[in-house]
Design a protein around this ligand. Structure first.
Ligand code: FUB
Ligand code: ZN
Length: 657
């Protein structure tokens, strides 16, 4: 009935219309070149566990307090003044409309998990305010209005007009998928139509400057079936308008557009722009199958994971231009690692996973999610990191507000959309991408109902138990991701025809396929290897020479000063004397974390009392006493008083002098 009504009032929407409640974080159900398909957020209920605690705070604290901040800083007034309801000057940088749109997208994802009347009312109130500021042509931007109206689309390399609209479209689509309400979506469509009707090869030239619109346009195509949006995304990605727009190298330096996406061979320039462009390009590939895009995406992916990504999944190492550095330029204290860039990395790898169905992409997603993204929001849910360095001398890193406040709502939308990333489907069966206590209540691609229960204390423990409940006995595959770090995973099936998987078939970094005729109630037990792991960086990463990082499961660990009483952590080295690590879950520390303790060498004389240079001695021992070093998960740093922190720790094999 609901669908019928919707079809009557929404003649513009095409085939995908009746599917509005069946679509996931992105909708690739009908994408010809997607190997995996998303499941709707509402189909996944997350039970108690690591992310549920974060998600509850997101809804109760982060989302409401950020709206208050956005209002206080005039972001909503900027729209009201265009309607003549405020006479205060416009406030904030030129892209600040996008911040309220991103906040609205977070709310829309929350609503996809269930009713939240207050949040829904806020969304509707803001929709009214935003749409009242839209011009009859469809144009909408609070910065490029009034006295700046004549300058519209004249500075596209920096104007963020299309960036803002991309975020509006994403919010509108997420809300449509939550509620079936298309008011905001219709507003977004008016703007998109204005673009496709007035801009393009034979019309006025366009370029995104800050990519974002591309992925929104592909999603709009998926939502409406209107091919013009996909083609326009392709036009923007082709970067053909550099000459018609008379762009100089100076103007282009930070852009990740202005040259054809398929001409790229490495990441350079502004990291968030690069990640969003890659998202749009992957979306475009999933619809068109253009091999030139796939080739470029693979090349860029290898550049990123082999040469330019932090161990935390953070990307973009330079503050200047918020940009990528050269290959292996990964400083620790100076690391930029904007939260939005790590989010862009996750969003891109999610799309690559959908396109190609390979676990390596889920590994990167998980790395970014648990570390470089998770560090971005305080445990209280009200303070945010813009930068996510891997070493700190103790400067204040978290704030409740930034004039450029792109990261806070971005973090909120990721947490809100998380259920949509845990599972996906293919014609062969169900994929488990991430591990968290949850229930998937959905269907196989042949229409058979399927419920999968997942029980785990991941990431603290490596045991994951599944109950597989098809509506009736059915033959299909359950694909369980074996993380790249888990050597020695064990998988057993507890069913009328039980089996234990052969070790040689359980390959880290791949999905393990369990193909069988599943009976309701069949059980699968998975045990990942959760031993602490010392990691070294490629020697070309100069800053990490002679140092190690510590990981356990998907978590990167760090040393923070409050856990090392009695000595300066920068005077400590990790002494590998074979004693190994002791792990200890501390429920009262930092919201409950598993700490890792290790013997470390600590100098009696601080390093600062040593000469700048001294004669080289092979295997020189560090002077001092041996003490325990206590590591905490990186994401939890900077939740106490500002203090020193270090991810890459000096490493010695010989004891004290
Ligand atoms: O330009 C809009 C946003 O502000 C970018 O995505 C961030 O990197 C920050 O520069
Ligand atoms: Zn940001």
């Amino acid at each position: 009935m609901r669908t019928f009504l919707l079809l009557c009032i929404a003649p513009l929407l095409l085939a995908a219309d009746s599917d509005w409640q069946s679509e996931g974080v992105v909708s690739v159900t009908h994408s010809p070149h997607a190997k995996l398909h998303t499941v709707p957020i509402h189909a996944v209920k997350m039970g108690d566990g690591f992310w549920s605690a974060r998600r509850a705070i997101n809804v109760e604290k982060s989302i409401p307090t950020l709206l208050a901040e956005l209002e206080q800083h005039g972001v909503v007034d900027n729209f009201l003044r265009l309607e003549g309801k405020k006479d205060t000057p416009r406030r904030g940088p030129l892209y600040t409309d996008s911040d309220i749109y991103k906040w609205m997208e977070a709310v829309a994802f929350v609503l996809q998990s269930g009713e939240q009347p207050k949040l829904r009312a806020e969304f509707d109130r803001l929709t009214g305010i935003i749409l009242a500021a839209q011009e009859p042509s469809g144009y909408l931007n609070t910065y490029w209005s009034e006295e700046r109206t004549p300058k519209r689309f004249t500075e596209m390399y920096r104007s963020h007009e299309l960036y803002c609209m991309g975020h509006l479209l994403q919010a509108a689509i997420a809300y449509f998928r939550a509620t079936g309400d298309r008011k905001l979506l219709d507003g977004g469509i008016r703007f998109a139509n204005y673009m496709v009707e007035n801009f393009g090869p034979q019309k006025r030239p366009a370029l995104t400057g800050h990519p974002e619109f591309e992925m929104a346009l592909v999603e709009l195509y998926r939502t409406t079936g209107d091919r013009r949006y996909l083609d326009f995304a392709g036009y923007l990605l082709s970067g053909v308008e550099r000459e018609r727009l008379h762009l100089t190298d100076d103007q282009l330096v930070y852009l990740f557009s202005g040259k054809p996406f398929t001409a790229r061979t490495e990441f350079e320039g502004h990291a968030v722009r690069a990640m969003y462009a890659s998202c749009g390009a992957t979306d475009y590939y999933m619809e068109t199958g253009d091999p030139a895009y796939l080739k470029t995406l693979e090349t860029l992916w290898r550049d990123l994971v082999n040469r330019k990504m932090y161990i935390t999944g953070g990307v973009g190492s330079r503050e200047a231009g918020e940009a990528f550095g050269e290959a292996y330029e990964l400083p620790n204290a100076q690391a930029y690692g904007e939260s939005c860039a790590a989010i862009g990395n996750m969003m891109w790898n999610w799309r690559m996973l959908l396109a190609l169905g390979e676990s390596r992409f889920a590994d990167v997603m998980e790395r970014a999610l648990y570390n470089g993204i998770n560090s971005g929001m305080s445990l209280s849910g009200t303070l945010y990191c813009y930068r996510n360095p891997l070493e700190s001398a103790g400067e204040k890193i978290r704030n409740e507000w930034y004039d450029t406040t792109c990261c806070p709502p971005n973090l909120e939308r990721i947490l809100a959309s998380l259920p949509g990333y845990i599972y996906s489907t293919s014609p062969q069966g169900v994929y488990v991408n991430l591990f968290h206590t949850s229930t998937l209540d959905w269907q196989l691609e042949n229409g058979t109902g399927i419920r999968i229960g997942q029980q785990t204390e991941y990431p603290w423990k490596g045991a994951v138990d599944f109950t597989v409940d098809p509506a009736r006995a059915a033959e299909f595959s359950l694909f369980v991701r074996i993380p790249g770090w888990s050597d020695g995973t064990r998988v057993t099936v507890d069913a009328p025809a039980p089996f234990a998987a052969r070790q040689d078939l359980l390959k880290p970094g791949e999905y393990f396929e369990i193909h069988r005729r599943w009976e309701p109630g069949d059980k699968v037990h998975v045990a990942f290897e959760m031993k602490p792991r010392l990691v070294r960086a490629n020697p070309l990463v100069r800053e990490d020479a002679g140092r190690v990082a510590l990981e356990r499961g998907p978590l990167v660990y760090c040393l923070e000063q409050p856990d090392q009483p009695g000595f300066n952590l920068f005077d400590a080295s990790l002494l590998d004397d074979g004693t190994g690590f002791v792990s200890e879950f501390q429920p009262d520390l930092l919201g409950g974390v598993l700490v890792l303790k290790h013997r470390g060498t600590v100098v009696d004389r601080p390093f600062s009392s040593e000469p700048l240079y001294r004669p080289f001695q092979e295997q020189a021992a560090r002077p001092g006493r041996v003490e325990a070093l206590t590591f905490i998960p990186y994401y939890a740093w900077a939740n106490r008083e500002p203090s020193r922190m270090e991810v890459w720790v000096p490493y010695v094999t010989v004891g004290t002098e």
